[in-house]
Design a protein around this ligand. Structure first.
Ligand SMILES: *[C@@H]1O[C@H](CO)[C@@H](O)[C@H](O)[C@H]1NC(C)=O
Ligand SMILES: *[C@@H]1O[C@H](CO)[C@@H](O)[C@H](O)[C@H]1NC(C)=O
Ligand SMILES: *[C@@H]1O[C@H](CO)[C@@H](O)[C@H](O)[C@H]1NC(C)=O
Ligand SMILES: *[C@@H]1O[C@H](CO)[C@@H](O)[C@H](O)[C@H]1NC(C)=O
Ligand SMILES: *[C@@H]1O[C@H](CO)[C@@H](O)[C@H](O)[C@H]1NC(C)=O
Ligand SMILES: *[C@@H]1O[C@H](CO)[C@@H](O)[C@H](O)[C@H]1NC(C)=O
Length: 409
């Protein structure tokens, strides 16, 4: 039954892709009642909370223009005068964006907390999400723009953002906090880019994902089991959320009408949400989520589930030979992870994407000398590391301690 719901969702997205007027219609005819915050932009929300906020653009070697947000220091100018403000980069997960780091109140959200601790907080946005839909030569409406998956986010986006921060701040090292897909792209960057480990000596991995063999998440399982490849051929490699506005409209209006069915569908796609969560802020969430990505990226995740391997995108026999000179896509071998990097893993007992069994395997594959600690948070699910109201007690103090002890800046 739910498989068909997903199919319906995909088809409606496909239809919406062909009819941009649907989102135009929605934008014109639906001005829902929301929290005041919900209508503010990212920068508006941060500014409203009394923090300084900047917007930056970094261009990758393959032409994608990525938007980074920066909270350079804390509230009321705390830490603004010091010349030793240390940079840190926070990177969002699949279908998400930098909004995830400021989704709660300042005392509860990691970005503000680190800024108040004297850090220069940078938040990245991967190619193809709502904040990073520009390219030096490709149009966002072209198929070519959407030809990417998390391979490119690891090979191009993350190193580009780190280099940009190094250039802007004059520091030589940038510690990193990644959530979900933000951890996958980091594993890839460390394995593929020889210089990355000396620039990013500390990596805090929230809901770490490598192999997704034991994933229990319904949506990705369903995608993997649907033999979705044919469906993707019909869709073409395009934008997964052709009109984020349409989805927001669905979230806001439909969820107001029937919050139970909505919660059900959202939980089915994102996994359950077990931690204490501030439901009053749901309109703000609806106003900014989901962040969007490419269909090819979703397909790459589905491949991870069906092929049971953390590997590069599988183009099929002929495609692989053309692209990789091998009939199989190259595997990301985490036993080769650089030993001069310090990694802290944070996982949850109820996480459907970073499943406890897969994280156990990840933990045993990584070189022992790299791992500072593996914290297992009881009853945490995949979004709780960033959205739960008690993450500021269960996780962020450890992050602050690691930043303090394990970075040379
Ligand atoms: C100001 O920043 C320092 C660290 O730079 C921190 O210890 C202190 O708690 C901060 N004060 C406030 C009011 O946030
Ligand atoms: C995209 O980037 C180009 C080159 O930097 C810039 O001229 C253009 O204004 C940007 N377009 C949008 C919609 O941001
Ligand atoms: C929940 O969010 C609302 C709206 O931003 C805020 O007024 C309230 O204090 C928050 N509650 C908690 C427990 O953080
Ligand atoms: C992924 O699973 C394969 C097959 O079980 C295993 O050989 C490999 O070490 C795993 N990789 C990671 C990163 O856990
Ligand atoms: C390491 O993880 C354990 C298990 O979650 C936790 O109890 C402990 O506080 C962590 N150690 C440090 C130094 O953060
Ligand atoms: C961090 O350094 C302090 C002071 O040296 C020490 O007490 C603490 O155990 C260290 N924490 C970790 C996780 O290494």
């Amino acid at each position: 039954m739910k498989k068909y719901l997903l199919l319906l969702l995909l088809i409606s997205l496909y239809v919406a892709n062909g009819y941009n007027s649907i989102s135009d219609y929605i934008l014109h005819h639906h001005r829902s009642i929301r929290l005041p915050d919900a209508d503010l932009s990212f920068m508006g929300i941060v500014a409203e909370n009394g923090y300084p906020i900047e917007e930056h653009f970094a261009t990758t070697h393959d032409g994608y223009i990525l938007r980074l947000f920066r909270i350079p220091y804390g509230i009321n100018g705390n830490g603004s005068s010091t010349t030793t403000r240390r940079p840190v980069l926070l990177q969002h997960g699949l279908l998400d964006s930098s909004i995830t780091w400021i989704i709660n109140l300042p005392s509860q959200s990691l970005a503000y907390i680190l800024a108040d601790q004297g850090y220069d907080v940078w938040m990245g946005n991967n190619r193809g999400n709502v904040y990073s839909t520009n390219h030096t030569t490709l149009s966002v409406k072209s198929k070519e723009f959407w030809q990417f998956s998390y391979d490119e986010m690891g090979i191009y986006d993350l190193p580009t953002m780190i280099d940009y921060i190094i250039k802007e701040t004059g520091f030589t090292q940038v510690p990193y906090v990644g959530h979900s897909e933000g951890t996958m792209q980091a594993w890839i960057a460390y394995l593929k880019d020889q210089d990355f480990s000396s620039k990013v000596p500390l990596f805090m991995a929230l809901g770490p994902v490598g192999n997704v063999t034991h994933i229990t998440n319904n949506a990705l399982r369903a995608l993997a089991e649907l033999k979705i490849d044919d469906l993707f051929k019909i869709f073409g490699f395009n934008r997964f959320l052709p009109s984020p506005e349409l989805l927001r409209f669905l979230f806001i209006d439909f969820c107001t009408e029937c919050d139970i069915c909505c919660a059900d569908v959202v939980e089915w796609i994102c996994g359950p949400h077990k931690g204490a969560f501030n439901n009053t802020r749901m309109p703000l969430v609806s106003g900014h989520e989901p962040g969007g990505t490419s269909i090819k990226n979703i397909q790459h995740f589905a491949q991870g589930v069906s092929k049971k391997q953390f590997q590069m995108f599988d183009y099929g026999l002929v495609g692989n030979i053309l692209k990789y000179d091998s009939d199989h896509p190259p595997i990301y071998d985490l036993s080769k992870f650089p030993t001069n990097v310090k990694v802290a893993l944070f996982s949850g007992t109820l996480d459907e994407l970073a499943d406890p069994v897969d994280v156990q395997q990840l933990f045993s594959t990584l070189p022992k000398e790299s791992i500072i600690n593996w914290s297992i948070i009881h009853n945490y699910a995949h979004l709780d590391y960033v959205w739960a109201l008690d993450a500021n007690q269960l996780i962020y103090p450890q992050i602050i301690e690691y930043l303090h002890n394990f970075s040379n800046n």
